[in-house]
Design a binder for this molecule. Sequence first.
Ligand code: ZN
Length: 293
Amino acid sequence: MIENDIASNSLAHAYLLAGPSGIGKFSIAKMLVNILQCPNNLCNECSVCKQIQAGSHPDTMVIKEDGESIKIEQIREIIGRLQMTKQGEYKILLIKGAEKLTPEAANCLLKTLEEPPQDTIIIMTTSNIREILPTIISRVRLIKFSAYAQNFLKEALRPLYPEAEEETLDQVCSLSMGKSGKAINLLEDSALLASYRTMYNMLCEFLEDKPLYTKFKLIEDIIADEKNTEEFIDVFTHLVRNRLHKGIEDQSLQAEKKDYYMNLLSSLEETRGLLRRNVNARLALESLALKAS
Ligand SMILES: [Zn+2]
């Protein structure tokens, strides 16, 4: 869609790239910025490309959510900069995590979306479109991203990572739940992959008939680092899916166990939703542990 918009000279003044986290939305957004600003359509070598990379390009502004909300003061300051004269062809504002805009900030941005200054393009990404004001959505060109089928992702990654072993590729595609950005992170960051593998082994124990306090202790360790909760849910889902597939394939799975895994998968999805809505992580995970017992 974006390539078509560029080729047919029909770029929208604002885009919203929406889809699960770790799928590559922000990478695509940055690529679009470079294509538009670089005199050679993204060469990675000219001074413009280098300035964008360093975050010092005068016509390119970036706001990234850092766990906190994006406040009206930040939007006001940026909008002021959008009005200034530009050196290149476009003024571009990139907002990562647009769901973090406070209602005041979103309304402030709305005015600019309604009457954008000439040659200004606003590109936003979000992993939670339900939290974006409908009035914002109605004023942007929406591009939805979704996860790939694991086989498709594996075929796409193989030529890019010829040294990766089959088993690693399988594991990475499954662990990333078909999210291309996440899969690439796992392939390129061996420490991250190792931590996912450790989590996998811990969860194998979790599924065994251990007393509940052992499971709660594991949860205690996991929530000590907030980043781990998403990893925990991803790896757990991967593990349960694997057991389910394998058991159905070689017909070793009893009906009772099959129901257990199916229920666990829906509990995992439910927990993922709760965590996304900022429900207390300990409560959400402990209730999951009870269901997994
Ligand atoms: Zn360039």
